[in-house]
Design a protein around this ligand. Structure first.
Ligand code: MOS
Length: 752
């Protein structure tokens, strides 16, 4: 007979679910990387090069070494061996900057680490780092903003493997463009942008004999482990990476950076834990940025508005040694129906740090260009931009020649136009007014990949009626703790507040990176299977335990719902809580493991899997004082089933905020004299803040995508940033008559 009464639970899937880690965050109990303290811990501060191109001739560390409290000044001569790392087969060992720190005396970008001061306190380490003197043989750096493609071979090696520079091709785009009745040929430019998560990059490294442990602010602990194992010549099992909370990353913490091996090497030399937290200024140097892009888009169309050709040729900047691939053409081959298409890319080396994934890498700058071109073409054709897109809606993914697993872009347009009131738009530039302000209305579509990374998880049902779910993925602020708890609760019936979630630790079952908006979709099958397996073990125990109410039954006769086991034929009312069955068998817990098979990078997919959406934007323009504001945004997203609409809306709102920043504010400028990022502070690198942001009206369609996982959930971290800048610049044109094709929109560009 049941001895405990659990309230009946409802699955939290699809319900607004407040973050399970929220109370820990607001009460200060959530431990971010720099919150962990260790006995004897030392503090490290890097010394960055003050040139962007040249060679270190002399490094004078004498004054720094003499300072009281300084333990060591590390440099090329005394850091000890740090090996290179290399990618493994599949999606493993990814790294954006392969050169180990201090490998040679060549400086290739401003801020490149040339030394590391380690001291008893942070203040001493900082003073010592400042006291290191470097003499350089300096050459003029190349930080030229105009991009011409380097003379690269047809197939280039990138961070993500070999890529053909002819991205995609069908028909004869050149010839079709030449004979097209209506043509558009424009070039769009997006600047370097720098990730500015609230929490800077942080790492604390410590050794216990041959075992290396890193507390790190990481979006991918498993990948970081494999890269570090290579860099120190260790088996993977000897390296443990722990990331309990991340103060966001936007992609900057997705792949390893050189600060981590530096801290580990310093800790190895000194036999003490070493903590390294980057100052904000260094966040602009050596931990990635969204590369500058220059994208030529050519569209040919019939006067009626049917696309006949689309060419997208993009160039992006990269660092001297590394090959981050900014995949601007990702969405181009499938977003619209067009018989003739060609997408190519080129790269231009610059004396800057390695580029990196930044929220919606590739497709976000890419769709700014292609969606802007679509808007311009619609304007040229005198066709409404929504109607123009509907006229060119594809039936299948014409790039892959595959059906979409689920594409409801037309429904997005329908809902978006309704919610925004788009039918009231007068297309004449400057014609719409309200309260003395000129209004501009613009829109754009968007798309983002959907897939699964490999993932493994365990679920435990415990004798006290609680459950535990574990997966070595991370919560970068997006709600993964909550998603894991929701999934475990969904299957086990254990209420959310009785589920322990363990993540961010390589000692747990291997989980996915928090990247590509793929983490949620990836963990679903693993957690659900793990819970099923735990429940199956429970059934066996229920039938095998002497004195169990189900002693003479077969496991197949039993069912499990809402935390109770019952005989199928009897129905759920007579269920016995799992905790009772475990206690009766003197078991602390039953455990189940589950795996998700990856679909990301599948060379032979059956479907094209993407999320879709659209933005409708209103800006207000006051020509008298040159004041431009985004005053209204409606965003509709088709991302399959939304597991947690509350956190989901947060994601899209955050992405739209970032999109306002992308369109109007964000850019990193490099000094042509010394190659330094000039605006390398939060005072000078302007991001959108509350005062820049109007109410954002977010809607999700609800079309579960069963190709992705059994719940039909795709991902939502990045798609909200796709297309928004194109919608804003089109609204700016509608209000002002000025076409801005280089982001961000500057007020001076709007002054007639
Ligand atoms: Mo996102 S740029 O894949 O962290």
């Amino acid at each position: 007979m049941p001895t405990t009464q659990e309230p009946p639970t409802v699955s939290p899937i699809g319900r607004d679910t407040p973050r399970v880690d929220g109370p820990r965050k607001v009460s200060g109990q959530a431990q971010y990387t720099a919150d962990f303290h260790f006995p004897g811990m030392l503090y490290a501060v890097p010394v960055g090069a003050t040139i962007a191109c040249g060679r270190i001739v002399e490094l004078d560390t004498t004054a720094a070494e003499k300072m009281p409290g300084v333990r060591a000044i590390f440099h090329r001569g005394n850091i000890g061996k740090i090996f290179r790392s290399t990618p493994g087969q599949g999606f493993e060992g990814i790294c954006e900057e392969r050169r180990p720190p201090f490998e040679d005396d060549i400086v290739r970008y401003y801020g490149q680490y040339i030394a590391l001061a380690v001291a008893d306190t942070f203040e001493t380490a900082k003073a010592a780092a400042d006291a290191v003197r470097a003499t350089y043989a300096e050459e003029k750096p190349n930080v030229e903003t105009h991009l011409e493609a380097d003379d690269d071979p047809d197939v280039v090696m990138t961070t993500f493997g070999p890529r053909h520079r002819l991205d995609s091709q069908r028909g004869d785009a050149e010839a079709a463009f030449a004979s097209a009745p209506v043509k558009l040929d424009q070039t769009y430019v997006t600047p370097s942008e720098t990730h500015n998560p609230l929490e800077p990059h942080a790492t604390t490294a410590m050794w216990d004999g041959p075992m290396l442990t890193l507390y790190e602010s990481s979006q991918g602990v498993v990948n970081l482990r494999s890269v570090l194992a290579q860099m120190f010549g260790l088996p993977n099992e000897n390296v443990r990476v722990i990331t309990k909370f991340v103060g966001s990353g936007f992609g900057s913490k997705l792949w390893p950076w050189t600060l981590s091996p530096l801290a580990a090497a310093a800790a190895r030399q000194l036999g003490r834990p070493v903590r390294l937290v980057l100052p904000r200024k260094m966040m602009f140097h050596s931990v990635g940025h969204r590369p500058r892009t220059q994208q030529r888009v050519r569209i040919g169309a019939t006067p009626e508005g049917k696309l006949v050709s689309l060419q997208h040729d993009y160039i992006y900047q990269r660092s001297m040694l590394d090959a981050h691939h900014e995949d601007c053409g990702e969405a181009t081959p499938f977003q619209y129906s067009v018989p003739n298409l060609r997408v190519t890319f080129g790269r231009a080396k610059r004396n800057i740090g390695a580029g990196a994934d930044m929220r919606g890498p590739g497709a976000i700058p890419g769709m700014y260009a292609t969606e802007s071109a679509m808007n311009e073409m619609a304007h040229q054709l005198n066709i409404d931009p929504v109607k123009f897109r509907i006229m060119n809606e594809p039936k299948i993914d014409e790039g892959l020649g595959l059906p979409f697993s689920s594409r409801h872009l037309l429904e997005c347009f329908q809902l978006g136009t309704e919610k925004f009131g788009w039918s009231a738009r007068n297309p004449v530039v400057g014609s719409m007014k309200r309260d003395g302000l000129t209004l501009g209305w613009g829109m754009a579509g968007c798309a983002w990949i959907a897939a699964r990374f490999a993932a493994a998880a365990t679920v435990q049902l415990r004798h006290d009626g609680t459950a535990r779910v574990a997966c070595a993925t991370q919560d970068i602020g997006t709600g993964t703790y909550t998603n894991l708890a929701q999934l475990a609760s969904h299957k086990t019936g254990v209420p959310l507040d009785k589920i322990e979630v363990a993540l961010g630790d390589t000692s747990l079952p291997e989980g996915p990176v928090s990247g590509g908006s793929l983490a949620t979709a990836s963990i679903v099958p693993a957690v659900l299977a793990a819970a099923d397996n735990a429940i199956a073990s429970l059934m066996t125990i229920a039938t095998a335990t002497p004195g169990s109410p189900f002693e003479n039954r077969k496991p197949d006769d039993l069912a499990f719902e809402e935390g109770r086991v019952f005989v199928k034929a009897d129905g759920g009312a007579k269920g016995v809580p799992f905790a009772d069955l475990l206690k009766r068998a003197n078991l602390g817990l039953v455990s189940g493991s589950g795996k998700s098979e990856p679909t990301f990078g599948n060379p032979k997919p059956k479907f094209s899997t993407h999320s879709f959406g659209c933005h409708f934007v209103e800006v207000t323009w006051q020509p008298e004082i040159a004041r431009l504001r985004v005053s209204r945004v409606v965003t509709v997203i088709d991302a399959g089933r939304i597991l947690n609409p509350l956190a989901g809306r947060n994601q899209i709102e955050g992405a739209v905020v970032m999109g306002i920043g992308m369109a109007l504010l964000e850019h990193t400028s490099y000094d042509p004299q010394n190659g330094a990022p000039i605006n390398s502070s939060l005072a000078d690198y302007i991001v959108a803040v509350n005062a820049d942001v109007p109410p954002i009206d977010v809607h999700f369609l609800d079309f579960p995508d069963k190709e992705i996982n059994e719940l039909g959930a795709r991902g939502i971290g990045e798609i909200g940033l796709a297309g928004i800048a194109a919608a804003i610049t089109d609204a700016v044109h509608h209000a002002t008559g000025v076409r801005v094709r280089e982001l961000p929109v500057k007020i001076e560009s709007l002054l007639a």
